[in-house]
Design a protein around this ligand. Structure first.
Ligand SMILES: Cc1ncc(COP(=O)(O)O)c(C=O)c1O
Length: 432
């Protein structure tokens, strides 16, 4: 795959506006130590990228490659993205939605069943352009899985750093690819701090530390796809789960870029964020109407993928929610589990705990009138339920095994009153 024209022209301090060469490895502004954004030449992009060009390309996130910060052709994530946008009519009925309800289903993103395959595709493609041979990350689980899998496929050595108490499915989901899994005795924020030091000392490419400006841009593809799959239009509202807050900000950036390029009409989109009650620094700020993020020292929730106490993009996510006229909710773990079941029963989609937060937050937002039941709403489901299945422990009982004959089945069928399905749900929790 040959080199292509460069469409991203600089890295730029988000606050200071100071510009840096895109060929330097740099992730904070030397002027104010703030985060860096990628700057693009939108005129050049507009000359080369059209809806027709996009539609002529393969069904993966790189169909928008001019809007992603790599120099040559992508080398990682050839099949990532372009996940289904599902019209969720049965869920809409359950939630009393009379407008359109859609689920953006990244629980089936390739290869590791979360939206993190999008960010990793960009971070690792760019890491390879810089010549790195060792890649790494600080992760709450999904990112580690994705860096591990994509590094394996790209022939890169890999170290993933995670809190010591992650779900077994997420730990195994990194080990299986041959990654070095470093479990750290402490919550995510401590893992992240350690990774900054390791990145400085060992000069590895950390997807979400020194490659963060590139990594973060990968999340835009979820927004691009939502607009394209809605028929080149924007929804009225989007509900996004938040950990660092980056995904929410980048979905909004994607919508704005499509407006700028004239691919969609300039209609407003309200941004809504969900966090778990036991770790909700961004949601709490939004609910108080402030943008000051008060860090959570000790996250206490089953939603481990969102358990970032001191979110890097929290301030920007809170701002984007408030400025767009959206809101944020922080459902309890019980509501999250009930919402996982509701999504599964209504739409046949098994989401991880972060997806439960999205649906449970949306339910609260609809119930309180913060989210309009008559509009077009997209719920972002960002990870797969098989990775966090322990959250459903004790929720179901199965029938005793029967002898392999019809009489045994007849007897069981009678005993369950010509029953419903193969499992007996325990009393339905609050959300039903
Ligand atoms: C499944 C899932 N959804 C959402 C998020 C939130 O991502 P962000 O840090 O961009 O807010 C994460 C982060 O780890 C995640 O694993």
């Amino acid at each position: 795959m040959g080199a292509r024209k460069r469409y991203f022209t600089a890295l730029k301090g988000r606050e200071s506006g100071k510009e840096y060469s895109p060929d330097e490895v740099r992730y904070v502004c030397e002027f104010d130590f703030g985060p860096l954004e990628v700057k693009y030449d939108y005129e050049a992009i507009a000359r080369d990228l059209t809806i027709k060009v996009i539609e002529s390309r393969g069904p993966n996130m790189w169909r928008y490659k001019e809007l992603l910060p790599i120099v040559g052709e992508p080398t990682v994530g050839a099949q990532a993205g372009f996940t289904p946008l599902v019209k969720a009519d049965r869920l809409a009925d359950r939630l009393g939605v009379t407008g359109e309800l859609w689920v953006k289903n990244d629980s089936v993103c390739y290869p590791t069943l979360s939206f993190k395959d999008r960010v990793v595709s960009v971070a690792l493609s760019r890491s390879k352009e810089f010549g790195y041979k060792i890649v790494a990350c600080a992760s709450t689980g999904n990112l580690a899985n994705s860096v591990a899998a994509n590094a394996a496929a790209a022939g890169l050595e890999c170290y993933v750093f995670i809190p010591h108490d992650l779900e077994p499915g997420k730990v195994l989901g990194s080990l299986v690819y041959g990654a070095n899994v470093i479990r750290v005795d402490g919550p995510y924020d401590k893992v992240n701090r350690l990774c900054s030091e390791v990145a400085d000392k060992y000069k590895w490419a950390f997807a979400n530390v020194n490659m963060r400006p590139y990594y973060a841009e990968g999340s835009k593809t979820m927004g691009f796809e939502i607009a394209e799959q809605l028929g080149w239009r924007l929804p009225d509202s989007v509900v996004v789960p938040m950990a660092s807050g980056s995904l929410l900000c980048k979905i909004e950036k994607a919508f704005n870029e499509f407006k700028k390029l004239g691919f969609v009409e300039n209609t407003p989109v309200r941004m809504y964020g969900g966090q778990a009650e036991g770790c909700s620094p961004i949601a709490q700020a939004v609910k108080k109407g402030i943008d000051l993020i008060r860090p959570v020292e000790k996250p206490d929730t089953i939603v481990k993928s969102l358990a970032i106490g001191n979110p890097a993009d929290g301030f920007y996510a809170a701002r984007s929610i408030q400025d767009s006229g959206g809101f944020s909710e922080n459902p309890s773990d019980e509501e999250t589990v009930a919402a996982i079941r509701m999504l599964a029963e209504c739409e046949g989609i098994f989401a991880e705990t972060a997806g439960g937060v999205t649906v449970a937050a949306a339910k609260r937002l609809f119930d309180t009138g913060k989210l309009d039941r008559k509009g077009c709403t997209v719920l972002c489901i960002t990870g797969n339920g098989l990775k966090t299945k322990e959250c459903l422990d004790g929720q179901f009982t199965t029938y005793d095994a029967i002898a392999p004959n019809l009489a045994a089945f007849d007897k069981l069928f009678d005993s369950i009153g010509n029953g419903h399905g193969a499992a007996v749900p325990k009393a339905q929790p609050a959300l039903a």
